[in-house]
Design a protein around this ligand. Structure first.
Ligand SMILES: *[C@@H]1O[C@H](CO)[C@@H](O)[C@H](O)[C@H]1NC(C)=O
Ligand SMILES: *[C@@H]1O[C@H](CO)[C@@H](O)[C@H](O)[C@H]1NC(C)=O
Length: 480
């Protein structure tokens, strides 16, 4: 008896608690471009999502915990000083080390190397004849503070647009003789690295160690190796057969400085270090990305500036048509972000929440949009099964309550409530749950109209789970 009374008491408490929750729904305002921002959050530091949303539009504070290991492949046996690239996977760096070793052999043989891709401090004299290259393993000397540029920002494809226009203010040129310091790799990549590090020092108050980008692997441009990293060890790599000079296929294949951003200069299927492409499909991709933590509560995205990023119904966001002055406020906000917020290793993980929501509803929404139902009642019954955990059958008509319970299932009550990441995720979960709820509630709706509401939802959401790719992961197509 006592138990029952307590239970009844608890129930009435719950009922009274649902009042403010109801108000939340009424006051909830959908974030403009929430679909794109949600997909950006879900795609960060993942090759699948970054391949689909390759034109990144967002800039995140990022951090790496002290001691996390990274790699650099080179022809030089001494620790790196100054600006260079770090890879997340040793296989990626091994490719550069192998090429560096083989290149030195080829160079001695034929003296045909162009000098423009020599990285700093990596002179020919430092390299023994056909000695193989060197794989350097470094660990973060302390918790690192970084800027993450989303999309395929290290290539291939047009993924460099957000950095070139927004961050670098159109100063990166394809002119080889631009006079920027030569640190290895293709000239534009040297310019980007040099400019990012200049900004880190002069514009961002020396508050960040470098920039994280996605290419075939993930990479970090570190501005001062000697300050941000501890050397763990350097190994000499296996000498490679000199079969006509690996490292000389195509322009700018890396240079021998362990240049990580080579992917920008060739299709994904082109010659590149062993191991690069595996991460496109491997499950460990997600774990690999965990070397870096992002702050989804404080970030800057071009989607929140009222710009027309999809001119003429473009399928992917574009910046090329936007006058540079309109991009300056975004750059200023990146500066403000970097100067006022500390990246946190414990920032709330909105990507994990987005994942749970997508995994829960991705297949079922696709099924509803396919429309293979015997009647509209059949569809409504299936939706009801899905939503039953959120329905109080004493009050079946309370659609706002149902929507709110459904939309917040994966959101801890302690989550930051009004941050950019939080608003994007809530906007999407509300949209999905209200489409489901209204299709379930509306008994007068015919099947075709109900199915159309799911088709519309899917074309709005464009979740990465609904894409298929060609065998090279070069072309992604929405498959619903
Ligand atoms: C961006 O470049 C323009 C020239 O195109 C220059 O006038 C302006 O000062 C630059 N802005 C910044 C913040 O560097
Ligand atoms: C863009 O798409 C909308 C909706 O499909 C259509 O009404 C509009 O005419 C299109 N605009 C252009 C410029 O193609």
């Amino acid at each position: 008896m006592l138990f029952n009374q307590k239970w009844v008491g608890a129930l009435s408490l719950l009922t009274s608690l649902s009042a403010p929750a109801l108000a939340d729904v009424a006051e909830f305002e959908e974030l403009p471009n929430a679909n794109h921002i949600f997909n950006a959050i879900q795609s960060t530091l993942r090759h699948w999502g970054s391949g689909i949303n390759s034109n990144g539009m967002s800039f995140f504070l990022a951090s790496v915990s002290e001691g996390t290991q990274f790699y650099h492949g080179t022809g030089a046996k001494d620790p790196v000083q100054g600006i260079q690239w770090l890879a997340f996977k040793p296989e990626h760096s091994l490719g550069f080390a192998h090429r560096a070793g083989s290149r030195s052999f080829a160079k001695r043989e034929a003296s045909v190397e162009s000098s423009e891709q020599q990285p700093l401090g990596d002179t020919e004299e430092a390299i023994e004849l056909n000695a193989g290259g060197y794989l350097h393993t470094y660990a973060a000397a302390r918790d690192l503070r970084l800027l993450y540029i989303d999309g395929m920002s290290g290539g291939p494809g047009g993924g460099a647009e957000s950095q070139d226009r927004i961050l670098y203010n159109d100063t990166i040129s394809s002119d080889r003789g631009s006079g920027s310091p030569n640190i290895g790799g293709p000239p534009q990549e040297s310019q980007r690295a040099a400019e990012a590090c200049r900004m880190a020092k002069e514009d961002w108050g020396g508050r960040i160690d470098g920039v994280v980008r996605t290419e075939g692997d993930f990479e970090i441009i570190i501005c001062e190796f000697e300050r941000s990293l501890d050397l763990v060890y350097i190994t000499q790599t296996k000498p490679q057969e000199s079969s006509g000079g690996p490292g000389r296929h195509g322009r700018g294949k890396g240079g021998k400085g362990g240049k990580g951003g080579n992917g920008a200069h060739g299709p994904p299927g082109g010659p590149r270090p062993i191991g690069d492409l595996k991460s496109f499909t491997a499950r460990f991709d997600e774990s690999l990305g965990q070397k870096v933590r992002l702050d989804f509560d404080h970030f800057v995205t071009a989607y929140s500036y009222g710009l027309d990023l999809f001119p003429d119904n473009a399928s992917r966001p574009e910046l090329g048509h936007i006058p540079i002055e309109k991009l300056h406020p975004i750059r200023q906000d990146v500066t403000n972000l970097l100067k006022t917020w500390d990246p946190s290793l414990n920032a709330f993980n909105w990507q994990a929440i987005a994942d749970m929501f997508v995994y829960q509803y991705s297949d079922v929404l696709k099924t509803f949009a396919a429309g293979d139902f015997s009647s509209s009642k059949d569809l409504r019954d299936q939706i009801e099964k899905l939503l039953e955990p959120f329905i109080d059958y004493r009050d079946f008509e309370a659609s706002d309550v149902i929507i709110n319970r459904c939309a917040t299932e994966w959101i801890p009550t302690s989550a930051p409530s009004n941050s950019l990441g939080g608003r994007a995720v809530r906007s999407i979960s509300q949209r999905v749950c209200s489409t489901l709820t209204s299709a379930m509630m509306n008994k007068d709706q015919d099947l075709e109209t109900a199915v159309a509401s799911f088709k519309d939802l899917i074309s709005y959401l464009r979740w990465t789970t609904w894409y298929v790719s060609d065998s090279n992961n070069a072309v992604f197509t929405l498959d619903v």
